[in-house]
Ligand binder design. Structure first.
Ligand code: PRT
Ligand code: MG
Length: 215
């Protein structure tokens, strides 16, 4: 048996067409069922539904053989014990710094002020501001980062942006793009050795599906 970890929502939705191109369908729609383990058209392949940020942990410890996780999540996890053979080019967005539209970020940086930055992505944020030589106090949040500058909790946030409409609706502006983000296939290193053939075939089939999408 091969177990693939996916998170509900955009990662599940955008992985489906890649699996379909590899001739694989999932038996149930996770939005309509409460099941956490789903069968597929391949008897030897099943899907487990886990929280997006738990995908690397499941794969690292062998709770799943493979998984799909955003680069944002993989950086924060550290990637230990994970082989990352493929950029699936799905769930694309960017990691950015944003501030209130009335906050002069350039001036604050120029003056060498100590910035208060709220984020879920503390490793990425720490590295970014260290590279720029900007002093920051990081405030770890687990959700709704957009609220932090509006309530005075922070001067800036580091968050994911795709269309930009969440920032706009909350009177925030993107002032720096830290990196482009997409989701990657991650594989448990021990599983890759023990179940080499079926896992290799799945990686190759998904790789071919990604190249077809790009072409
Ligand atoms: O929701 P949960 O806490 O369980 O986990 P999660 O938020 O990590 O899961 P999910 O499914 O929302 O995101 C899974 C992955 O999708 C992330 O790890 C990213 O790699 C990727 N992704 C792509 C995004 C976005 N686009 C995105 N826009 N993840 C989150 N967002 C959020 C962003 O944080 C912000 O709140 O959407 C909002 C901005 O969107 P726009 O379109 O208004 O700019
Ligand atoms: Mg979410």
């Amino acid at each position: 048996m091969i177990t693939l970890a996916l998170s509900k929502g955009r990662i599940f939705d955008e992985t489906l067409p890649l699996l379909a191109a590899a001739g694989i369908t999932i038996d149930e729609d996770p939005e309509k069922s409460r099941k956490l383990i789903l069968g597929t058209s391949r008897p030897e392949l099943r899907v487990v539904l886990v929280r997006a940020s738990d995908v690397p942990t499941y794969v690292q410890y062998g709770g799943a053989d493979l998984g799909v996780a955003g680069k944002d999540v993989l950086i924060e996890h550290g990637g230990e014990g994970l082989f990352q053979p493929l950029d699936l080019r799905i769930a694309k967005c960017r990691m950015s710094v944003a501030v209130r539209d009335d906050f002069d970020y350039a001036a604050a940086v120029r003056q060498g002020s100590r910035l208060r930055v709220a984020t879920k992505y503390t490793l990425t944020a720490r590295q970014h501001f260290a590279d720029k030589g900007v002093h920051v106090d990081l405030i770890k949040l687990y959700g709704s980062m957009e609220l932090a500058p509006l309530t005075g909790l922070a001067d800036a946030i580091v968050d994911l942006v795709s269309t930009g409409s969440t920032l706009k609706a909350n009177h925030l502006v993107e002032v720096e793009r830290i990196m482009d983000i997409s989701s990657r296939l991650v594989v448990n290193q021990a599983a890759l050795k023990l179940k080499r053939e079926p896992i290799r075939r799945l990686i190759d089939a998904l790789g071919a599906a990604v190249s077809k999408e790009v072409a």
